[in-house]
Design a protein around this ligand. Structure first.
Ligand SMILES: NC(=O)c1ccc[n+]([C@@H]2O[C@H](COP(=O)([O-])OP(=O)(O)OC[C@H]3O[C@@H](n4cnc5c(N)ncnc54)[C@H](O)[C@@H]3O)[C@@H](O)[C@H]2O)c1
Ligand SMILES: N[C@H](CO)Cc1c[nH]c[nH+]1
Ligand SMILES: [Zn+2]
Length: 805
């Protein structure tokens, strides 16, 4: 049995729990949807779902939510709906596909929810959470239990959050009251005949999570989180009064966690944790052996092995068994909306209900509040593969191209891009056939964009020679030179990006690079690169297009092959393989090749307020979400009403479902979020910490806030400045630092294709001014040769006394 009080919450739900923390001990909550919006309900479930296991929603009006919204609630932490209309419950069950156990009818008893009998349920009998006090809590608990013990104590079973029994103790009315007040493990000690605050002397205190009653109300169950260094509940320093939890999966998990910290070098477990390839191979091997096992004991044996290696994987990645259990529970509770409005029995047999589609749910961003520190950290974590893993894939590709040149380059193109080539390059002058298919509109659009990008980047060109006389006769100067040979990577995995070709090619040309080569993966359909890219290549004077993508293209340009010249610098964005390969070659002194920056999967952070147009906000989020499944979009809403949040979510869903790359968007949105901020100041602080590639300001007086931006690749100011304009035509560069590198890198600009040489000339007068300082410092560094080079000159000039040493 659950706690005998089901608190009902209105619009003050979240603040109430913070003010009255004891409320979560009921382990259940009913949210009144006439006072709370869908967004607020989901936010509540997200925030408190780990402490309140059974969250229900009271739906009095059948029109309160659409069917999709109902499914969305039930898939996002709401355990059951309390309804007063049976025909509505029938509709949800039969036509929408909500399982009956997730519906509770308040009048009549046609469905019974498995945790509460509702035949005699009266809404009026619920106590509003804001009127609940510890006294009412304790009183109702005591009135629901009985004890036949003479001392009137109540038998109390203490369990942990995995429901493992820690021990058996006793409670008195007073101890229960203190336990609820303190949310701690407080009992009654029979030996000392007094209240016993667990851990007061040992330090092994307990956090009380919830209290339950047994089936006939004569025993209590305290669910607690056991604290203390060794998590021991028992006075004998063991985890439970029945010994240690050293068996089963949980025992194994703990053992592996210890081994991760201190397995001796050379031991098998140490190897396993330090060799991800070995671990992966073992998991595959054991999974295969399990599928082949026949007898009961073989199956148990192989399953145990598989669990062992799977647990090793969890432990090495910092994932706990509890995380897996939570995931299982979420999957268990997930429902898929049934499509089609007719009841199954009325359907023509030829017209079978469509199969539930895994990808048919709402496209909504997660919502969280800025003050939820843990959730915020998670929401702002980019969905990127860990560097070690990606490097393990990329290193052999780079090495192979470096050692085997064109042959290897073409093999990888066949493997990853599905194209078999005869030659890996297309050389200038590019065949005319490429341009024939281009419309005038396309050429004009590319020309306009090239012109604007050229204007902005030409203005950035640094041509002047800097000259400074630091002391009379000491002239220092600095002058620019173009980087001679540059390789420009134009992504082409999921979208053809001629815009990137011009964003890279124009500044390289403006800077005066002597050789510009492009690289881009060829199309699967005909093995060619897109005519638009070839058009841009000819416009910026590229000498060649390498028909390859990914790490292999980067390696070919960094080391050179029989057909591809080695370049001095590689610039351009790309997926994680491209970015990892760029990082690799920049660190290899043998390659002698620099890179522009880590420009990986596109991302955007939008800051909006209540005045923002929901459609504009949604469109900006989606324009970056469609780039790739590893993109991320974040919305920081300043003081937004729940109505505005709902409008934005609705706009995201309806616009996304009409876009051709909806499947990519769906995956991107699954790791994207809306963060509800309390002030502009807070929003900018979060944004600076995230350091987005693109920052869009859809706030009143947006221009005034630009001064508050410390970290961002490029800023888009005001409602009529969509990010797409910067992607294509306004003039700024769209190759920008991602992954948070906007903290230390600038977006691509003309100086990225220049280098600066310094020079100096010193007269005897100048030498006299600085020579002694040089000699003095050289002496302390023990570099006599340096000192002598000055001394010898100054002596001949008679600038040093005869006895100078
Ligand atoms: N930050 C910026 O300035 C900017 C600008 C434009 C595009 N982008 C980003 O560039 C990215 C483009 O990515 P894309 O994938 O479409 O194109 P891409 O050209 O970057 O990558 C395609 C290549 O990846 C390689 N590849 C694919 N799967 C592989 C695997 N399993 N192992 C090894 N190599 C593999 C293949 O060689 C393929 O040719 C997107 O994430 C987009 O957001 C960023
Ligand atoms: N938004 C991308 C940079 O992150 C660039 C791009 C190219 N085409 C469209 N968008
Ligand atoms: Zn874009």
């Amino acid at each position: 049995m659950v706690f005998p009080i089901l608190p009902i919450y209105g619009n003050d739900a979240a603040t109430l729990i913070k003010d009255k923390p004891f409320l979560t001990i009921a382990g259940q909550a009913l949210l009144d949807s006439s006072e709370l919006s869908q967004v607020e309900i989901k936010t509540f479930a997200e925030e408190f779902g780990s402490s309140i296991k059974i969250i229900s929603v009271l739906v009095k009006e059948t029109s309160r939510f659409t069917d999709d919204e109902i499914v969305d609630l039930l898939n996002n932490g709401i355990f059951t709906l309390f309804l007063s209309d049976k025909s509505y419950a029938d509709h949800l069950s039969q036509e929408v596909g909500v399982p009956k156990e997730r519906l509770t009818i308040l009048k009549g008893s046609c469905y019974k929810n498995h945790f509460i009998v509702v035949d005699d349920f009266k809404i009026d009998s619920l106590i509003p959470a804001n009127q609940l006090t510890v006294e009412i809590f304790v009183k109702s608990l005591i009135s629901a239990i009985k004890t036949d013990r003479e001392d009137k104590l109540l038998t109390t079973l203490v369990v942990d959050t995995h429901d493992r029994c820690l021990g058996l103790v006793y409670s008195s009315v007073e101890s229960i009251k203190i336990a609820i007040e303190k949310k701690a493990g407080v009992y009654f000690s029979r030996s000392r005949n007094e209240i016993w605050i667990k851990g007061l002397t040992s330090g092994n205190t307990q956090q009380l999570k919830c209290i339950q009653l047994d089936c006939d109300g004569d025993a209590l169950k305290f669910v607690v989180e056991q604290g203390g260094e060794n998590s021991s509940f028992c006075h004998l320093e063991t985890e439970s009064c029945f010994g240690q939890f050293d068996h089963g999966l949980i025992g194994l998990e703990r053992l592996l966690q210890q081994r991760l910290k201190n397995a001796p070098e050379g031991s098998y477990t140490h190897r396993l944790f330090n060799d991800p390839e070995l671990l992966t191979a073992k998991i595959k091997e054991e999974a295969e052996e399990l599928t082949e096992a026949k007898t009961k004991s073989e199956i148990a044996w192989e399953a145990a092995d598989l669990f062992y290696f799977a647990l090793a994987k969890l432990v090495s990645e910092g994932v706990s068994l509890s995380d897996v259990e939570t995931n299982l529970q979420t999957k268990h509770l997930k429902i898929t909306r049934r499509r089609g409005d007719a009841k199954a029995k009325f359907l023509n047999t030829n017209d079978k209900p469509t199969e539930p589609q895994a990808d048919s749910g709402l496209i909504h961003l997660k919502i969280l509040k800025s003050k939820e520190n843990v959730a915020l950290k998670e929401a702002l974590t980019r969905p990127i593969q860990n560097t070690n893993q990606i490097m393990k894939l990329v290193n052999p590709i780079v090495e192979s191209v470096r050692n085997n040149g064109d042959k290897s380059l073409m093999e990888f193109t066949q493997k990853f891009d599905g194209v078999k080539l005869k030659t890996p390059v297309l050389e200038a002058p590019f065949p005319k056939e490429y341009f024939d298919g281009l419309t005038d509109e396309m050429k004009e659009s590319l020309d306009l964009s090239i012109e604007n990008v050229r204007k902005f980047h030409a203005a950035q060109l640094q041509e002047t020679v800097l000259k400074v006389e630091t002391k009379p006769g000491v002239l220092c100067s600095r002058f620019p030179r173009p980087i001679e040979k540059v390789g420009l990577y134009i992504p082409g995995g999921t979208a053809v990006l001629p815009s990137t070709a011009l964003m890279l090619g124009v500044p390289a040309q403006v800077a005066g690079c002597k050789e510009i080569i492009f690289a881009s993966p060829p199309r699967k359909s005909d093995g060619k690169v897109s005519p638009e890219v070839v058009y841009v290549a000819s416009k910026v004077g590229a000498s060649m297009i390498v028909l390859a993508g990914g790490a292999q293209a980067v390696a070919a340009m960094a080391y050179g092959t029989e057909s591809v010249p080695k370049v001095d610098k590689i610039a351009g964005p790309g997926n994680q393989f491209v970015t990892a390969a760029k990082m690799y070659v920049q660190n290899d002194t043998q390659a002698l090749c620099s890179i522009d920056m880590p420009a990986g999967p596109s991302e955007v952070l939008v800051i909006c307020d209540e005045d923002a147009d929901a459609d504009f906000v949604a469109s900006d989020l989606l324009s970056q979400a469609e780039h790739g499944i590893d993109s991320q979009v974040i919305l920081l809403g300043v003081d937004l009403s729940s109505k505005k949040v709902e409008e934005i979510q609705a706009a995201v869903h309806s616009q996304a479902t009409n876009l051709s790359r909806v499947d990519i968007i769906r995956k991107c949105i699954s790791h994207s979020s809306i963060v509800l901020c309390e002030s502009y100041e807070e929003a900018f602080q979060i944004s600076n910490q995230y350091a987005p590639e693109h920052l869009i300001l859809q706030i009143s007086n947006a221009e005034d806030y630009v001064k508050d931006v410390d970290n961002a690749g490029s800023i888009f100011v005001g409602a009529y400045t969509p990010e797409s304009c910067g992607d294509y035509s306004s003039g700024t560069n769209h190759t920008l630092p991602t992954y948070g590198y906007a903290r230390q890198y600038s977006g691509l600009n003309t100086s990225a294709f220049q280098k600066f040489i310094t020079s100096q000339s010193i007269t005897p007068e100048g030498l006299d001014k600085i020579g002694k300082a040089v000699m003095c410092i050289a002496k302390v560094e023990g570099l006599d040769g340096h000192r002598n080079a000055v001394k010898i000159r100054m002596s001949k000039l008679g600038l040093l006394p005869e006895n100078f040493k």
